[in-house]
Structure formats: C-alpha cells, structure tokens
Design a protein around this ligand. Structure first.
Ligand SMILES: Nc1nc2c(ncn2[C@@H]2O[C@H](COP(=O)(O)OP(=O)(O)OP(=O)(O)O)[C@@H](O)[C@H]2O)c(=O)[nH]1
Length: 424
C-alpha cells in the first residue's frame, strides 16, 4: 500500500477494558498490512508494550513498536507523541499505525494533537520541532478512534467513586468512561462473555443515547474484524466533537420514548434562576440513576455569567459557560439579534436570555419528579422580588475577565466544587 499519509487508529478505554487484547488480536489477524504500534503506559515499565511483544510478531527491539512511558499522551506527553511519530515516519516505511492510549487518556486531546499538532495554542513546540519543523501531522491522518468498553464493569464504573491520578489531575472513572464513549467512531463492547444478554442490551441502550454516532460492536477477548477498526475512514473531527448524545439533545430536544431497558433523556428548561442553596443541595443528593447531565444554568446572584454543569457518574464540574447576551452593551447585543432573530422571540423583558437548559440522561428516570425537584430549586415568586445577595452561595466563583481561569476552568471548578461539597 502506498499513500502520502499513514492512517492511524487510536484505541482508548478504561484500565483493563481490553485495549491490549484488541491490539494483539488485530496484529495477529491483519497480516497483509505492515502495522506500526505506539503503546503509551503511565508506569515506568511499559507492561502493555511487553505484552504486545510477547503475543505478536512485533518485538520490543523492533522499530515498529514505540513505547511512550511514564506519562499520558493526552496531557504531558503530547509533544513527545508528535516527536516519536515524526521520527518513526522518517525512519522507515509502513502502512498503518495503531496507538494504544493509557486507561486514563481522554480521546479528544489525543485526536486534537494528531490533527492540529503544535498549533493547538496550549502545546509548546518541542526542541525537535523547532530544529526540524517536522511533526507527525505531516505524515499521519487520523482514520478511526476506537473506545474499548468493559461490559462486565460498565455499571460498577458509573457507580464507583474511584478516581485515578493522571499527572496532577484527578480523574473520576465514571466521568472518564463517559468522555471515552462520547468521543469515538467505533465502540467495542468487550468482555461480552462475562455478561448476560439483558445486561448487554441495557448497556447498549445507554451507549446509544450517550453516543448516537458510533458503531457499536460486541466483542469477546478483543476479537473483532480488523476492517471494523482499521482503515474505516470514519474519523471526522467536527462530527466527532459534536456527536455526544447531550449535544444532539440540546440542539434538537425531544422527550425520548422509554426504551425497553428504561434509558431516557430529557431537557430541563427554566427562565428562573436557581436558588444557590437549594440547587447545591439538589446536586449533592442528585439521583444516581442520572448517568449524565450537561448544560448551562442561571444562578441567582450571578447575572453576569452563564455557568455550565458537566456531570457524569459521581463527578460534578461547574465551570463558566460564557456570558449572557443580556449582559452585553446594547450595540453588541444588536449584532446578536441580527444574526440570531430567534433570540429576540425568546427574550424576557427584564432578564433577556438568562435561563437554564440542562440535558439529563439516565436509567428509569422519573422525568416528572426530576422536573419538580429542579423547579423547586428555582426561585419562588416571593424570592424573585427579594434580596438575592442574601442567599448562601457555595458554588465556585470565576473571574469573567480572566481568560486563563476560563481555559483552566474545569479543574478549578472541580476543586472549588469539592470544597463546597458539590462533588463527592
Ligand atoms: N473474560 C474476558 N477477559 C478479557 C476479555 N478481554 C480482555 N480480557 C482480560 O482482561 C484483562 C485486561 O485486558 P487488557 O487487554 O490488558 O486491557 P487493557 O485495556 O489493555 O488494560 P490497561 O492497559 O491496563 O489499561 C486481561 O487479563 C485480559 O486477558 C474478554 O472479552 N473477556
């Protein structure tokens, strides 16, 4: 096979989901392609690379097997990833590249690194790049992103409060799983041998709601037709970034019909602000059958800033989500009205566009009860006319002028949320 660029498949998935097993299976079945492999491991010793060497024709001394250890390619090793791949492409010819990420890697930044290279704003060029001007993007094309999901551990992962450290960042397993599901082209539901048919159907139903675009395939011991994960041409950055179920639900809200196994989603909307105390209490006690919630909200007393909520499993992140159009100077507001005439229709005379839109995805959710609880956390008629400054507000504060705080928002919010007891 001869092409200008080498197509790449990236394998992501929680610890122990079966990434190495899938990779070994692929290397042993698709023998017509000359495949190079990059294996990333958090530890000093790259155990996964050793296992690839043990179970396939590729040896650890081989140029075809690159190990990036002691860190994660979605964060601190992003520059190293680009360098290692650029050097590999220069050193020899091969047809295809497969990258196995660590179990804590988020697929989005890895895809960004491969498609945008050092041009990402927050990624400093390496010495190698400064000297040579060569980076991986010149040689590679992201072809397919694959997430391997452990069917046996699926619900336990959402319910667990376990988290892992990725460098300095603490990552909650349930929220990592959601991120990996929401950003992929192909999803391998692995370890199906350990789970009964009904549980598999429940899991599939949830995955389809969280990620309507991906192709979902059941696997046992990582055995998958190589054509399903190699050279599929499925990756499209825009489509992948916008494919999460919650994004679609916000764009085209519909009360999803109760599926066979009770997985549903709905959008909560309100033109009244949340009472900071009551909403914080509600989030502290949020029902565990709500697997995912995401959207923006209006908190009484924060009339200049839209806040965002990003919750998956037990992790709840609060972060700035831009400003209200109503808080802009009149001329700037007019520009918005010209380009978005529908804004004017939904405009409140006193509060403009301020309001709340949240998507909730879960199993056996009682929509009416959840709506009632969320409504009860918004201000009453009497409170609307009262002193909003008197409410106790445990939500994190953000400086609206501080760009750095915005870009680093989730971590700050998560920490602050923990301090105020919004995350557990
Ligand atoms: N029963 C069963 N076991 C499996 C299956 N797939 C993988 N395993 C086992 O699960 C364990 C973890 O599999 P790996 O392939 O190492 O998982 P991984 O995602 O690469 O793990 P990390 O690299 O640690 O993140 C191994 O002991 C595999 O043999 C499967 O479908 N069924």
């Amino acid at each position: 096979m001869s092409r200008d660029t080498i197509p790449v498949t990236v394998l992501s998935g929680n610890l122990g989901a079966g990434k190495t097993t899938v990779l070994n299976n692929l290397l042993n079945t698709r023998t017509d392609l000359d495949v190079a492999v990059l294996v990333n491991d958090m530890g000093e010793v790259n155990v996964d690379a050793e296992r690839v060497a043990e179970h396939s024709d590729i040896s650890e001394d081989d140029e075809d097997l690159i190990e990036l250890s002691n860190g994660c390619i979605c964060c601190e090793l992003r520059g190293d990833l680009l360098d290692a791949l650029a050097k590999l492409a220069q050193a020899r010819e091969f047809d295809y590249l497969v990258i196995e990420s660590t179990g804590v890697a988020e697929p989005l930044p890895v895809a960004q690194t491969l498609t945008m290279g050092f041009d990402q704003g927050d990624l400093d060029p390496t010495e190698f790049y400064e000297e040579t001007g060569i980076e991986a993007m010149d040689y590679y094309d992201l072809d397919t992103t694959v997430t391997v999901v452990d069917a046996h551990q699926f619900w336990t992962t959402f319910d667990s409060k376990e988290s892992l450290m990725d460098g300095d960042t603490e990552k909650e397993l349930g929220s990592l799983l959601v991120e990996q599901i929401e950003f992929c082209d192909v999803l391998l539901l692995n370890k199906c041998d350990l789970v009964d048919e009904e549980t598999l159907e429940e899991i599939e139903e949830m995955i389809e709601v969280l990620q309507p675009r991906a192709e979902i395939l059941r696997t046992e011991h990582g055995a998958v037709d190589p054509e399903a994960i190699v050279d599929t041409g499925r990756f499209d950055f825009e489509a992948a970034s916008r494919s999460a179920g919650w994004i679609r639900e916000l764009q085209e809200p519909h009360a999803s019909a109760e599926e066979e196994h009770g997985v549903t989603s709905f959008v909560f909307e309100s033109r009244r602000p949340f009472h900071p105390e009551r909403f914080a209490e509600l989030l502290d006690e949020f029902p565990t059958n709500v697997v995912r919630s995401k959207g923006h909200f209006w908190l009484a007393g924060r009339e200049d800033m839209t806040l965002g909520v990003d919750a998956a499993g037990h992790s709840i992140r609060i972060a700035p989500a831009g400003g209200w159009i109503a808080a802009l100077p009149t001329e700037e507001r007019e520009v918005y009205f010209e380009t978005n005439p529908q804004l004017e229709e939904a405009w409140d005379e006193e509060w403009g566009d301020r309001g709340t839109r949240l998507v909730l995805i879960g199993t056996d959710m009682d929509h009416d009860a959840l709506r009632t609880d969320l409504d009860a956390a918004t201000l009453t008629d009497e409170e609307m006319d009262g002193d909003w400054g008197a409410f106790e507000d445990r939500f994190p504060t953000f400086d609206s002028d501080d760009e750095a705080a915005e870009s680093d928002d989730t971590e700050a919010a998560e920490n602050s949320a923990e301090e105020v007891g919004l995350a557990d």
